[in-house]
Design a protein around this ligand. Structure first.
Ligand SMILES: [Zn+2]
Ligand SMILES: [Zn+2]
Length: 351
């Protein structure tokens, strides 16, 4: 099999020929036909996440070392089954749900909490992923049907779609009179704009510093947009939301975007923190208590949510995000363009 691997953190990926693995036990071997390139791949590729104050969360501390194959939005055709694998057919195509835990702990025994596992085996962040032409999936239950959806789009639901969906579910029960402000309209943020109407009746305003991305957000259903880079953005947002947003979702995850979200929340509002851009936020604690705001972390989503999301997609309730495909060998150009912030929607690699 071929894989575009990280051979040294932060250095260009290299194409490697590797032995194609044989599925053991309940494992399934999938021949990959599409794999999305996620913004978090940039952090994995660089070898660390920025914690701020000079601190880093290193891939090496997670026990992940080069050579490593990234890619946590794989999709493909079942090529072979392990002797105990059941529930899927050779020759059929599926989305690979990558957010897999140890399979043994209490969190893993319930699909609903598998991403809370302390010994994750996530495909493309802990174990070999989809920047390759084959991948091993530990159990057929992680293969999700996408019939009726184009494969290059379907693969992106495994991370960007699922992350957006799970974050939208965490804003709580809002009404049509409430306003939700999402911050950032890149890959995951734009997916959330597409999904919002299917999950919440709240009015959606998108905050984004890039004019092209603001226009894209309006085109796909945002009621309004704000340039959160403008000095009077907080005042504008409070006016537009009629006194403050009921909920905000920060799809960027920088100190300025998190602060913007918290500043425009109304009393009792909820902010969901999703983006992993990095650094840290100084937080005045007394106002947080007095305004009864909540700050909630959200990381990808669980297998039940993945099935819920695909049911919405297959029912035609989610407009497609823009997709650009490139050959697997062009993975380095995908990383460069993503680093430069040039990507609208999602880049998808084709082995
Ligand atoms: Zn991702
Ligand atoms: Zn576990």
């Amino acid at each position: 099999m071929r894989a575009m691997q990280v051979v040294d953190w932060g250095k260009p990926l290299e194409l490697r020929e590797l032995p194609t693995p044989e599925p053991q036990g309940k494992e399934v071997l999938v021949r990959i036909t599409a794999c999305g390139v996620c913004h978090s791949d940039l952090h994995i590729w660089s070898g660390y996440f920025d914690l701020g104050g000079g601190e880093k969360l290193r891939m090496a501390d997670r026990g992940v070392h080069p050579p490593f194959t990234m890619g946590h939005e794989p999709l493909g055709t079942v090529a072979a089954l392990g002797p105990e694998a059941e529930g899927v057919e050779v020759g059929r195509s599926y989305i690979v749900f990558p957010w897999i835990g140890c399979g043994k702990c209490a969190a893993c025994r319930q699909n609903a909490t598998e991403q809370l596992c302390n010994q994750p085996r996530v495909i493309g962040t802990r174990v070999p992923g989809g920047y390759a032409d084959h991948v091993i999936v530990p159990d057929a239950k992680y293969l999700v049907d996408y019939e009726g959806v184009p494969e290059d789009l379907a693969c992106t639901y495994a991370c960007s779609g699922l992350t957006a969906y799970s974050a939208l579910k965490k804003i709580g029960q809002l009404t049509a009179e409430d306003t939700l402000v999402t911050i950032g309209a890149g890959g995951v943020g734009l997916s959330a704009v597409h999904l919002a109407a299917a999950v919440t009746p709240a009015k959606l305003i998108v905050a984004e510093i890039d004019g092209t991305k603001r226009a894209a957000a309006r085109q796909v259903g945002a009621h309004d947009t704000i340039d959160n880079g403008e000095p009077d953005a907080v005042a504008k947002a409070i006016e537009l939301t009629g006194g403050g947003a009921a909920a905000t979702i920060d799809f960027v995850g920088r100190p300025e975007t998190a602060k913007f979200g918290l500043d425009i929340l109304r009393r009792g509002g909820r902010q969901v923190q999703v983006g992993l851009y990095g650094d840290r936020l100084p937080l005045s604690l007394a106002p947080l208590a007095m305004t009864m705001k909540s700050l909630i972390g959200s990381y990808v989503g669980n297998l039940d949510e993945m099935h819920e999301l695909m049911a919405l997609v297959q029912a035609g309730k989610v407009p497609p995000i823009p997709i650009e495909t490139r050959p697997l060998e062009a993975a380095n150009s995908a990383i460069e363009d993503l680093l430069a912030g040039k990507v609208l929607g999602r880049l998808v690699l084709k082995p």
